[in-house]
Design a protein around this ligand. Structure first.
Ligand code: ZN
Length: 246
């Protein structure tokens, strides 16, 4: 069974206002309920818990970490970010949602200024087109996903070229955005998925939840080889240069 930890900074939803109305118990709880139908072992973690809820034990017991943050990126401890970074390089899957594009962990894994993109809050329609229909992340999805109201993110998005581009979004106001992308870092698999502004009911969308569930299955560690680094004993007898030189 795939073990998922859903991490949420859990700040917006406790401030009152639109985010509290849409996600009264927090985005992490909504996601956790939305993913219940899959065969996952799900736990949640939030920023105000000890070690942000991401203790060594929790990370050791996590196959895939889902990350939602926005207002409090700077308050996430560098030590925890370093720990998560190492875990990803060692094979833990990571799904970064929406404004998590600006998180320390995504920035560190990408190596570019991932905060940079266009944005606008105008209650506009988003249509996420599937551009990689052979990919398991798109299983069970139609040709596109339509969200009636979302925040707009527009190109250019300052990320490295992805390994695989899965979704491209179109917005009513005219912009486009690479809204579903995969990256390999070390032995870890990373999926960035754009939708999920805190004031819209995006994480109740069946299609959006389907994609996140598919992504968790895709990103879970596989039984792939563990590379050995450093000075290497030859596998064959190497003829000395003297013998081979004429
Ligand atoms: Zn947002």
């Amino acid at each position: 069974m795939i073990r998922i930890t859903i991490w949420n900074e859990f700040v917006h939803e406790r401030k009152g206002g639109a985010a509290s109305a849409v996600y009264p118990e927090g985005i992490h709880v909504a996601l956790s309920r939305g993913l219940e139908s899959h065969d996952f072992a799900i736990r949640t973690a939030t920023m105000d818990e000890a070690e942000h809820g991401l203790t060594e034990q929790v990370l050791n017991d996590t196959d895939v970490l889902i990350w939602w943050g926005h207002l409090a990126h700077d308050q996430v401890s560098d030590e925890i970010v370093d720990k998560v970074h190492r875990k990803v390089l060692d094979g833990m899957g990571l799904i970064v949602l929406h404004s998590g594009h600006c998180s320390k962990i995504f920035n560190k894994l990408m190596g570019t200024r991932t905060c940079r993109l266009k944005w606008r809050e105008a209650d506009e329609k988003e249509r996420l087109w599937v551009v990689q229909p052979s990919h398991p992340i798109t299983e069970g999805i139609g040709e596109f996903i339509e969200l009636d109201k979302e925040e707009m993110y527009g190109e250019h998005f300052d990320v490295p070229a992805p390994d695989e581009l899965i979704f491209v979004s179109w917005f009513e106001g005219g912009e486009v955005f690479r809204s579903g992308m995969t990256y390999a870092r070390g032995r870890g698999k990373i999926f960035y998925f754009r939708p999920g502004h805190e004031t819209y009911p995006t994480y109740y969308s069946k299609d959006v939840l389907k994609v996140i569930g598919n992504a968790a299955k895709w990103a879970a560690p596989a039984n792939t080889p563990v590379p050995v680094y450093g000075n290497a004993v030859p596998l064959e007898t190497i003829k000395s240069k003297k013998e081979t030189s004429v």
